[in-house]
Write a protein that binds this ligand. Structure first.
Ligand SMILES: Nc1ncnc2c1ncn2[C@@H]1O[C@H](COP(=O)(O)OP(=O)(O)OP(=O)(O)O)[C@@H](O)[C@H]1O
Length: 538
């Protein structure tokens, strides 16, 4: 079959376009050749003008008059001598042409100190990224760092690395967390301690990207966060770590911040939370922040093992069922909570079986906050009584279905005292304060992708919800409003979030099976909690 000729536009069009491009390129080359002297002189004039401006700026003010006079005298002399202006013009042009004769080459590569830093870093990585029988090692002592780092490095104004991309040999065991951790520690130590580094391992292309993270802002204080029912803000994290943002008041401005949202209730896969930190790291502050958020939709029971009274401001508020500090009060409260969980479960089950909606009295979430249970456990052991943590077993195991959420805060040095059920059922975890990687891993079950720094502000740490990623966290400032050191702005912010002061114990009283003699409890409102065990403390 005879081939049909291509349409004219297709057969001849591309040829004419190519020709036009060639003509344009030749014209541009010729123009550059012709205009080259002009370009050189212009560049020189610009440089001369810049030099003149610098000289003028560097001249002290009291001598500027003299300089002006000298220049004016020279101009006058040139203007008066025959051919003076012409000769002056030629001289200036000549000087400009000389000055602009070659372009200042753009500086590439790091300066001397930067080169030394990169070389040192390279040498430190050699033992990790080389094996003796590699015929063409990427990393070798005295080798070329540019092969491994390329040009992907950035220094800050102080000459410290803020970004570095390392290409490593394919045989490096980048799937082994211990091997990764060793490399990360070397990079961290050699690039300057005291900053937080993020390490991104690209196993497919054998590349590691190290970046310095800016510190998370500490300026967000307690406020009403825009969340859906069942959502609680643990704190704020990096913008690229979570998909969502919420508007927050940050000082005088409103801006979007990236929250770590924790979902509680029936559909939550991490219905209970464990917060761990060293003393002063902000664990109580986080518990206060969560209590204030919980009070917007539910009831709260607080058991304070530390006995420092940092939850006293909650006492007597609507929805606050108890704030207990003594062992007897704690046991009574937690026993009630265990019964309440069972009651809710049974009621929900019955309603489900009979096809009715859940009764209203079990719809309101109940939050149990237990701060420093180890302190109470110690007291209980000394007194031959039950460890309060044992009473948490029912709420922890069945709380999700019953709308009961348990929050436990403990310090690192007492972690061993945590009950097994508490460890198993608190799948949402937070670590606050200066903790090393092993401590973070012991609580979160995974190492963070960043290097914890020794100096962290209170409320700074890491969080992990179930098997999710480890996220950096900054808890909103939620100080004790009755503490003298609390600023007026923070005090107002916290008090504004508190519900009214009407006692909220009717529900508790109704729910209890039968009142028993009240023990001597150290409670801010023991008159409101009944159903405590008969044995009195002390
Ligand atoms: N997120 C935060 N923002 C600002 N300040 C905070 C934050 N968290 C804690 N602080 C401050 O740090 C100090 C210690 O906080 P907090 O009492 O919560 O720590 P803690 O871990 O409970 O320690 P301790 O058990 O010793 O009381 C307090 O002065 C508190 O106001």
């Amino acid at each position: 079959m005879a081939r049909r000729p291509l349409p004219r536009i297709l057969s001849s069009g591309s040829a004419s376009i190519t020709r036009s491009r060639e003509i344009a390129r030749t014209a541009a080359d010729n123009a550059t050749d012709v205009l080259h002297p002009l370009i050189t002189v212009t560049r020189g004039m610009r440089l001369l003008a810049g030099a003149g401006r610098q000289k003028w700026t560097a001249t002290p003010r009291d001598r500027r008059g003299h300089v002006l006079f000298l220049v004016a005298a020279c101009v006058l002399a040139v203007a008066l001598i025959p051919y003076g202006p012409l000769l002056a013009l030629i001289s200036v042009m000549g000087a400009a042409a000389w000055r602009g004769r070659d372009r200042t080459p753009a500086r590439t590569g790091p300066d001397e100190a930067g080169t030394a830093r990169l070389q040192a870093l390279y040498e430190a990585l050699v033992p990790h990224f080389s094996v003796p029988d590699d015929p063409a090692p990427l990393f070798s002592h005295g080798g070329d760092w540019e092969k491994a780092f390329g040009t992907s490095y950035v220094f800050d104004a102080d000459g410290r690395l803020t970004r570095l991309q390392v290409t490593y040999p394919a045989y490096f065991t980048d799937g082994d967390p211990a091997a990764r951790s060793r490399v990360e520690q070397v990079l961290h130590a050699k690039s300057g301690r005291g900053r937080e580094y993020h390490f991104a391992w690209d196993e497919e292309s054998n590349q590691l990207l190290m970046t310095v993270l800016p510190p998370l802002p500490t300026t967000i204080a307690a406020q009403r966060f825009v969340t859906a029912p069942g959502e609680t803000v643990l704190g704020f994290t990096d913008a690229d770590a979570v998909r969502r943002t919420v508007p927050v008041e940050d000082g005088d401005v409103t801006r979007d911040a990236s929250p770590v949202i924790w979902r509680t209730g029936g559909r939550s896969t991490e219905p209970h939370l464990l917060v761990v930190g060293h003393p002063g790291s902000g664990t109580t502050t986080l518990m206060r922040s969560l209590a204030l958020q919980a009070l917007q939709q539910g009831d709260v029971l607080v058991v304070e093992g530390g006995g420092t009274g940092e939850y006293g401001f909650l006492a007597g508020r609507d929805g606050v069922l108890a704030v207990e500090r003594g062992l007897a009060g704690a046991l009574a409260t937690l026993e009630w909570a265990a019964h309440e969980t069972e009651r809710r479960l049974i009621a929900a089950n019955r309603a489900r079986q009979s096809g009715h909606p859940e009764p209203e009295d079990i719809g309101r979430p109940l939050w149990i906050l237990l701060d420093r249970p180890s302190a109470l456990g110690h007291l209980a052991a000394a007194d031959g009584r039950q460890d309060p943590q044992e009473l948490l077993r029912v709420p922890l195991r069945h709380g999700r279905a019953a709308g009961v959420t348990v929050l436990v805060a403990e310090q690192f040095d007492s972690l061993h005292a945590l009950d097994e059920t508490v460890r198993t059922h608190t799948r949402a975890r937070v670590v606050l304060g200066p903790a090393d990687r092993d401590e973070v891993e012991a609580v979160l079950g995974a190492q963070p992708h960043t290097t914890p720094t020794p100096d962290v502000p209170p409320g700074r740490g890491y969080t992990r919800l179930g098997g999710g990623p480890v996220l950096r966290l900054q808890v909103p400032a939620t100080p004790d409003p009755y503490d003298d050191a609390t600023s007026e702005a923070h005090r107002t912010a916290v008090l504004d979030l508190l519900p009214g002061g009407a006692p909220a114990v009717e529900a508790v009283q109704e729910a209890l099976p039968e009142p028993e003699p009240e023990p001597e409890i150290v409670s801010t409102h023991k008159d409101r909690l009944i159903g405590a065990p008969a044995t009195a403390e002390r």
